[in-house]
Design a protein around this ligand. Structure first.
Ligand SMILES: [Zn+2]
Length: 366
């Protein structure tokens, strides 16, 4: 401590089993980083199973059912995610400017996708930038500047004339827009519920698909070969029957279609996992669902989609961190973002519902 500067945070100590390696270790935190060299005087803040900070790979901070929300509500959303152990969010589209969160050391890291890029009058009102196909390349370029390396397209949505889901974009527009994003160093993902939009998105070189309930074995093989990621948002898919009921009076064909997709969802997603498609945990919080459901999503990837407990936890922790360009594990010198649980989540993913201690940027936040 010097007269000129504030004292640094006191060093911390955690004793336990560090996942995914599973080694018994004494972990210390000094100046926001992990070290395994003993630090005299470090305060022991937890004993248990240490997991690299959880990742919600499909989340919307700044949105509710009606569109953008003010900063005070954004803060509540980010805190709900953080207190569930989510220390990194891939924001899959938000109508609000949440950039201020980057200056708050006590709130999760956010990797943004800008605003949803949607076809005119073909998405939830007040959510996205609504455009026509000839504007897609320029809009995608704009959103790469607004985001943090991702762009989010709405790939299909209900078409009032057809009375069912139809693709939002022609293949040539998608190919040009995705090529533009890649040229600008951004990856592209798309919301897709149905079958029809998928071949063009994959042919255009998309990097990731959200939901993916319309995937066929042929398309799953393409995804596996090219390692195109899938974020199934399995908890969100449980709302399909409700969306079907809501749409039924005006769009009976859509209702039938949504129930069909829902009826085979676990078969569809299990095939993707079996084929080796990289799968990540995303809750889709912020529109319909509340924030803070990452433990539920990870558990559902295991119980419903059939991921092993190790793969399901990796899908919401170390593997997702690596995919998003952050430190995967808690090796020497890694940023100290981790969650400690009293029991081993690999024996029972239910323990994820009750974090014993959360350390974010080297500080205890819970
Ligand atoms: Zn979403």
């Amino acid at each position: 401590m010097s007269a000129a500067g504030a004292p640094g945070p006191a060093p911390l100590h955690v004793r336990g089993v560090v996942l995914p390696e599973g080694d018994h270790r004494d972990l210390y935190v000094v100046d926001g980083r992990v070290t395994y060299e003993r630090v005299a005087g470090a305060e022991t803040v937890a004993v248990g199973y240490v997991v690299p900070g959880l990742v919600d790979a499909h989340c919307h901070v700044g949105l509710d059912a009606d569109g953008a929300v003010p900063p005070a509500v954004q803060e509540e959303q980010a805190l709900a995610d953080r207190d569930a152990g989510t220390l990194l969010i891939r924001d899959a589209g938000s109508a609000a400017d949440t950039r201020w969160i980057d200056d708050r050391a006590d709130l999760p890291h956010i990797i943004r996708a800008g605003r949803h890029v949607a076809r005119s009058k073909r998405y939830i009102r007040n959510y996205g930038v609504e455009i026509e196909p000839h504007e897609l390349v320029d809009t995608v370029a704009d959103q790469t500047r607004r985001g943090d390396g991702w762009v989010k397209l709405v790939g299909d949505w209900i078409d009032r004339d057809a009375g069912d889901l139809t693709p939002c974009w022609p293949g040539d527009a998608l190919a040009a827009a995705i090529a533009k994003a890649h040229e600008l160093g951004a990856r592209v993902t798309a919301h897709v519920f149905g079958e029809e939009a998928l071949p063009d998105l994959l042919a255009a070189g998309i990097d990731c698909l959200e939901h993916g309930t319309g995937l066929s074995p042929e398309l799953v093989a393409i995804m596996a070969e090219r390692q195109v990621a899938l974020v199934p948002t399995r908890r969100q898919v449980d709302n399909f029957p409700r969306y079907a009921d809501q749409g039924e009076p005006k769009f009976p064909a859509y209702a039938v279609h949504m129930r069909e997709l829902y009826g085979r969802v676990d078969e569809t997603l299990r095939a993707a996992y079996a084929a080796g498609v990289p799968i990540y945990a995303g809750t889709d919080a912020g529109g319909v669902l509340p924030h803070g459901l990452i433990a539920t999503e990870i558990r559902m990837l295991h119980e419903r989609v059939g991921l092993s407990a190790y793969d399901a936890l990796g899908a919401g922790s170390w593997r997702a961190r690596e995919w998003l360009g952050l430190n995967a594990g808690l090796h020497e010198g890694a940023p100290a973002d981790f969650v400690v649980y009293a029991d081993n989540p690999l024996d029972n993913l239910g323990v994820l519902a009750a974090p014993a201690r959360i350390v974010l940027r080297g500080a205890v936040v819970r």
